[in-house]
Design a protein around this ligand. Structure first.
Ligand SMILES: C[C@@H]1O[C@H](OP(=O)(O)OP(=O)(O)OC[C@H]2O[C@@H](n3ccc(=O)[nH]c3=O)[C@H](O)[C@@H]2O)[C@H](O)[C@H](O)[C@H]1O
Length: 473
């Protein structure tokens, strides 16, 4: 590729596994087209990244900034995986202190573009001062961005919603019929102010400045999946270029070396899956930030047991806690289910497991990466949203008959083992769930078609090449 067409792009994701992974996925796709990527994060987050393929190691340069000291934040905490959601604002305070080293790096490297995340509300003004084109890379759906609202309003009058109830009604700027709202229990925890909240702007205000100050908004989704939301964003709410980059579907890499890092033990897991019937297993996982209470873990365990279905349950470390989730399970549970269920402590090779044909369903917290991975392999989704925008993702999928929400109590979000077991059986085996299963298997062409998604990336590269600002000499 001629040097003139070779883009230099800085990638600056928020400090969360669910953000680092898709930013790296996009980095690899741009690097494969010959462009140079500077991937910026902190030491522990860079160490946690999936391996960069050898053939791209000269195109993707990792740039490490030490994580600043933040009072009341454990020194080892550098990611949302390391802290409970009640400490997220402190983590963002440390993230905001990365502005000076990042600015210095941008001044010296003079990239064509910088891609950044919702938490970097301060970055557009830095990029504008340095004459660098900036792209807000949204790892959230167009529907979610629409619900959050017009950045221009968030940047001026702030967010009109102050009480939890305000988030349970369709916003006035959505001009068509929609059920895209939060349940009361999904927002109460965010509206109750904590002392950490005084350390910086709310997430919605961060969104407003990050999106509002960008030259372009790149969304990890497709207008074919949510056309009405892309149109609303483009025509009314954002009034700036909105570019879909497709779903960036996972590629299952059979790299033996990867399989055994961090206890992936893929060969043992595969041996168990190979013994199960096709599409019989429910994979259960709640991402890297969310956690369930002791009571919820017990109800979920008894639901898995009473469903009588085979399951593979990833019981990751509780963010920011030293407690072992395994100790919170019902007495005798592990013994009773040992012939049909696996309880996997620690990191699991999620994409590989979801790609295995013995897996038929995926009980998920509705993180966008997990949803894409589940639908890429045509797995019927059983929806258990917990944090962040996961409730909106759950409504969107339920509305499209791509997922079945586990019924929850409106006030506190509690659920029973009976509702878990019933949702699983409906999704997986009952006649009443046939349409859900068929719909999930139909939609895999949209999510998992690599060529279809690569077209989005090609169009993005054209846009970046044609619209980059002249490099500051
Ligand atoms: C965008 C935003 O990222 C956040 O990520 P979070 O980690 O919670 O969940 P995912 O988005 O599923 O991302 C989790 C990612 O980690 C991978 N994984 C996780 C655990 C494990 O044991 N093994 C794995 O391979 C998984 O395959 C996925 O790619 C928030 O949810 C938010 O709601 C979401 O929309």
């Amino acid at each position: 590729m001629e040097d003139g067409n070779r883009l230099q792009v800085v990638m600056f994701p928020w400090l969360a596994t669910g953000h680092l992974i898709p930013f790296l996925q996009l980095s690899k796709l741009l690097a494969e087209k010959g462009h140079k990527i500077f991937f910026v994060s902190t030491p522990r987050n860079l160490n946690r990244l999936p391996k960069i393929p050898k053939q791209l190691s000269s195109e993707i340069i990792l740039v490490s900034f030490p994580f600043p000291h933040v009072p009341n934040l454990p020194s080892c905490a550098e990611s949302s995986t390391d802290v409970p959601y009640t400490k997220q604002q402190l983590l963002k305070k440390g993230f905001d202190l990365l502005e000076p080293p990042l600015t210095t790096f941008l001044e010296s490297s003079k990239p064509d573009w910088i891609f950044y995340d919702y938490a970097s509300h301060w970055l557009p003004s830095v990029a504008a001062r340095l004459g660098i084109s900036c792209a807000f890379f949204s790892l959230f759906t167009a529907a979610c961005l629409s619900y959050i609202g017009p950045p221009s309003a968030l940047m001026t009058i702030g967010d009109p919603r102050s009480k939890a109830e305000d988030f349970t009604v369709v916003p006035k700027w959505i001009p068509f019929e929609s059920d895209l709202v939060f349940r009361l229990h999904e927002v109460t925890k965010y509206v109750e102010k904590t002392e950490e909240d005084e350390t910086g702007p709310s997430d919605l205000i961060r969104f407003g400045f990050a999106a509002g100050g960008s030259d372009v908004v790149i969304i990890r989704s497709s207008p074919e999946f949510e056309p009405e939301w892309f149109n609303l964003l483009h025509d009314q709410l954002y009034k700036k270029p909105i570019i879909p980059v497709g779903f960036l579907p996972p590629i299952v890499e059979h790299n033996e070396e990867d399989d055994n890092i961090d206890g992936h033990e893929w060969s043992n897991i595969k041996e168990w899956l190979d013994k199960q019937k096709v599409h019989s297993v429910v994979y259960v996982a709640i991402g890297t930030e969310a956690s369930l209470s002791g009571e919820e873990l017990k109800e979920l365990a008894l639901g898995l047991e009473n469903s009588t279905l085979p399951f593979f349950w990833v019981l990751n470390k509780i963010p920011g806690s030293t407690k072992n989730a395994l100790d919170m399970l019902p007495d005798g549970f592990q013994e009773r289910v040992k012939n049909r269920g696996i309880i996997h402590g620690g990191w699991a090779p999620q994409v590989k497991i979801l790609s295995h044909d013995s897996v038929g369903g995926f009980m998920t917290h509705c993180g966008w990466n997990s949803i894409i991975e589940g639908l890429t392999f045509g797995r019927v989704l059983i929806l258990l949203p917990i944090l962040n925008e996961q409730g909106l993702n759950s409504r969107l999928l339920h509305g499209k008959k791509l997922g079945l929400e586990i019924p929850r109590k409106e006030q506190d979000g509690s659920f029973t083992w009976a509702s878990v077991a019933e949702s699983m059986r409906t999704a997986m085996v009952d006649d009443s769930g046939v349409s859900w299963r068929n719909r999930a298997r139909e939609i895999r062409y949209l999510f998992g078609d690599v060529d279809r998604n690569n077209c989005f990336v090609a169009r993005l590269v054209n846009y970046l090449t044609e619209n980059k600002k002249a490099r500051v000499p």
